[in-house]
Ligand binder design. Sequence first.
Ligand code: FES
Ligand code: FES
Length: 344
Amino acid sequence: MSQLLSAPLQIGDFVSDCSLPDGSRLFELRGRPIILAFAPEAWNPAHTYQSELFAQLLRDFNEGATFIEACTDDWHNFDTASDLASQFGVAGKRALFLVDEHGILRWKIEVEPNEVISLGEVIAALEQLKAKPQNAGGISRRAFLSATLAAAAVLSLPLLEAKADPQLPKPEVAREQNAPPAPYDSSGTIPVTLRVNGKARKLQLEPRVALLDALREYLHLTGTKKGCDHGQCGACTVHIDGERQLSCLTLAVMSQGKNITTIEGLASGDNLHPVQSAFIKHDAFQCGYCTPGQIMSATALIKEGHAHTDAEIRESMSGNLCRCAAYPNIIAAIKEAQGEVRSA
Ligand code: FES
Ligand code: FES
């Protein structure tokens, strides 16, 4: 990754003030993480091949991070020599800068024209940052996801352009012989292998696909529910390497090599998991929409050892909302199931 993290602006540097394409100043955005994305092509929501990606980015960046589109103003001009790009030392390149709420550069990628960098390499670098505490230069989960999505977008734009305009040369044509294989095929998808409920499942996905959508739309495991799609309701909870995670905030591509368990994989054959049985016994649901997420969260929480008192259960289950307000029955079910799960 060393070529990704090279001069001129170094990780840990304070990013000085500058004017942005919309006329505002970078300093005005202090207090929240900022992602600056430089790409030779403008984002154009009017183009259907970009609009979905653009909508997802905006949805993500509106919640806690700011996405600054620092591309050329002209939708059809592929000139990359904007003043801002020169100021950041990345004229002519696609690049991504992650600046924290204090104005410190936490991470960046710079991609030379025709250079191929795999999204996996980018994600590995981001994973290392996520593992560190924030006061040691790490980044928050939200910034991690935002940066990953933006990286996926910035790296995949040329292929999207090539797909949209048959006159444009495909990136494969520009690559030298013996160059490493392209990370995407011409449809903008990459091979992804997910280990779900003990089985390896091979998929061909766009890098931006969330684990939730991969499970529901591609693997047809519809037990995992989509409630808010924003990390706020817990309906999409699954286990990843034994820990409860929100699949709507997890990219499928990031979940490779990990053990994913969904509600479909919780029972042992015909024997329900003790938490499933307890939910039935205590009538811990009404419409049932939140129930798979509640059960996945409850099983993990019992293993975490956080189900001793009603108050502890309420606190630990606070990320799982139930619009039918079946909370008293859910707590009763978890209390009953915990002894059985522990002894099992
Ligand atoms: Fe994931 Fe609501 S759908 S938290
Ligand atoms: Fe209906 Fe929880 S049972 S939302």
